[in-house]
Design a protein around this ligand. Sequence first.
Ligand code: AMP
Length: 448
Amino acid sequence: MSSASAPIIPTHSGAPDRFAAAGGNDRSSTPPYPPNPSDPLVPKDAGAAASDVSAPAPSTKYVMHEYKSFDDMGLHDEILRGIYSFGFEKPSPVQEKAIVPMIAGHDLLAQAQSGTGKTGTFVIGGISRIDHTKNEVQMVVISPTRELAEQTAAVAKGIGSYLGIRTHTATGGPPVNTDIDVISQSKMKPPHVPHVLLVTPGRFYDLLNRKVLSPNTIKVLVLDEADQMLEARFREQVHCILSLGWPATTQVALLSATMTPDVVQVAKSILRNPVEILLEPEEVSLEGIKQWFVEVPREDHKLDTLCDLYDHLSIQQATIFVNTRQKAEWLADQMKRRGFDLNYIHGDMDVGERKFRMTEFRNGKCRVLISTDLLARGIDVQQISIVINYELPLQRENYIHRIGRSGRFGRKGASINLITERERRAQEEIETHYEKKILPLPMDLKIY
Ligand code: AMP
């Protein structure tokens, strides 16, 4: 991981902007708060919710309040309908705390266990700030993978459906001209510009750079899986995006299941007086997910062990994690030769094929999916009840992300590590870090 000491804040000396100001925390322009009811951005009853938080301006400290019902949050009626018809009845803990300050224009730094409703948080908070009558991109969510971007698009579309929120997913892979057409609407009359863009960092930068998009219309910028965004692979891209000159009015939300102290430090440097919802590392995790291991004498025994476990895996749905593309392909091939029905996915696959395999997995046609860490983050398939670590992850943090694919939103989940003696050490480190004992898999295993 890059060192946090390398500044992510652009050091260019251009016009004053959102992130240049962030270095000095000079909040010259703040979103209106308490909300002006005549502003179409402001939910009808925002005042009601706002009065509960004693009406600070976003530049002042927000007093945390937990809203136990969506009805109490002062949301647009249409968004409320969207939420309920999407199947949410009560807010999750992170939603109780974070939606209202987002609507009020506060920056947000939120860490919550995977599967606890982070997406709903920033989708509800963000689309509440959109003026759906305008033909402008007003909210952008940056995700590390196309799959996560598409999943988030589905949530935004669902919850925003009654309000008429339009979404578009712009990620690497498909030709950029498709995105340009959709965003610039050169071929559409009247124009229907998407309000919410779900992007991966490279494509987003490209669109900004080509001036297809302007930061000036973007009121809400969300970095999902923020710790990954600020690490080596994406850090430079995020840096470039932030250096393009952002208005002081853009609100930024960073959300992630894990945030190392380094990343929190960097995140704080790009946020202004954020409302913080942070948990200690040991709290982020693992409740509700049973963690087991099977030790095998040699690496090549893992395959037989996995075959023995297969019946359990395919009861509901399972993901098997490996560390490399080659291993994913090899393992899928070996399992298929032995007559097991499964598939694999990794980042170097053709985009259409990746999409197809994810769809098959989501709709249950494929019950067991082998994956690299491409799917470790954020991917939500409620039926996943078991995660197998065929190999322990190379980055310790990915352990928690991987096993978080099971046990979504309070459901039961289980993870099984297949380890050799050599990997026992790495597993012990995971146990120590998360203060959680990983137990040997019981012989009479009954997984649900
Ligand atoms: P996330 O952590 O955003 O990936 O969400 C995990 C899962 O919980 C997803 O399947 C969501 O649809 C679901 N979920 C999120 N918020 C709620 C809620 N308030 N009520 C019921 N399900 C929810």
